[in-house]
Design a protein around this ligand. Structure first.
Ligand code: DGL
Length: 271
């Protein structure tokens, strides 16, 4: 069981930020990543569609022998996690990117004014304000910032236009007086410094990369399923549709010798 890989998925390159943090925290773990680039963006799709995609990918990752599947996408975590738990919870460990962040906010930022930026799907689900409200944390305002995903997927994160778009979103009245901003989309850590610069470091910007990696480590330790091999873990990347941006970002994180394979599970999967 311990040598089995950790499966990680997202609609595209966003989940690579989480995967990278997991690899750093647990360098001996074997990783299988699935980027559902054929269906990107998830943020504009219905919860039902995102749930169907997530079920197909999770089934694929289980077939690859994964011991744990990390839903490295807030939109899929919001829309599909309960369904995934119900369908696969007895077969495999499952982790989403929302619950570790909620626990972190409860522990460190419960008294502060919290802003959330995310996809339309995540914001419309109200998953963050609802989970926080159940813990008595109510100073929470959310804003959908869907264009940021396109900008990042198109490789524009370092383009000067990114700063304009970030400023356009972040100066909205919804985010006035926030003390903490949660990047509730796994794509956004790629432009985290632009966001921090906009606030001139007066707002604490949180992302789920390290927080999720710590949860993965905690879970595998708890179940005594950490990989005890001494060599570096293998990394296998799948996309449902090849995009140059995916390959480029993967190489930025892991170097030139990555294994990237196009594998469209929708042609074979029967949900
Ligand atoms: N990275 C994803 C998230 O965390 C979704 C981006 C998208 O496909 O819209 O929500």
């Amino acid at each position: 069981m311990n040598q089995q890989p950790i499966g990680i998925f997202d609609s595209g390159i966003g989940g690579l930020t989480v995967a990278h943090a997991i690899c750093n925290a647990l360098p001996h773990e074997n990783i299988i990543y699935y980027g559902d680039t054929a269906h990107l963006p998830y943020g504009d799709k219905s919860a039902q569609a995102v749930t169907e995609f997530s079920i197909g990918i999770t089934r694929f990752l289980i077939e690859q022998g994964c011991k744990l599947v990390v839903v490295a996408c807030n939109t899929a975590s919001a829309a599909a996690y309960p369904a995934l738990q119900e369908k696969f919870g007895k077969q495999v460990h499952l982790l989403n990117v929302i619950d570790p962040m909620i626990a972190h906010i409860q522990q460190y930022h419960a008294q502060e004014n919290i802003g959330i930026i995310a996809t339309k799907g995540t914001v419309n689900s109200k998953v963050y304000p609802n989970k926080l409200a159940s813990l008595g944390i109510t100073k929470v305002n959310s804003l959908a910032t869907p264009l940021l995903v396109h900008l990042i997927e198109e490789g524009f994160s370092q383009h000067p236009g990114s700063r304009l778009l970030v400023a356009e979103y972040l100066h909205q009245a919804t985010l006035k007086d926030i003390e903490v901003l949660v990047l509730a989309c796994t794509h956004y850590p790629i432009i985290k410094t632009i966001i921090e610069d906009y606030f001139q470091h007066r707002v604490k910007v949180l992302d789920s990369t390290l927080i999720t990696a710590a949860s993965v480590k905690h879970l595998l330790t708890e179940f005594d399923q950490l990989n005890n091999q001494t060599v570096s873990g293998t990394k296998q990347f799948y996309v449902s549709d090849y995009t140059a941006a995916f390959e480029q970002v993967t190489k930025v994180f892991w170097g030139a010798s990555i294994h990237l394979e196009q594998h469209n599970i929708w042609k074979t999967a029967s949900n």
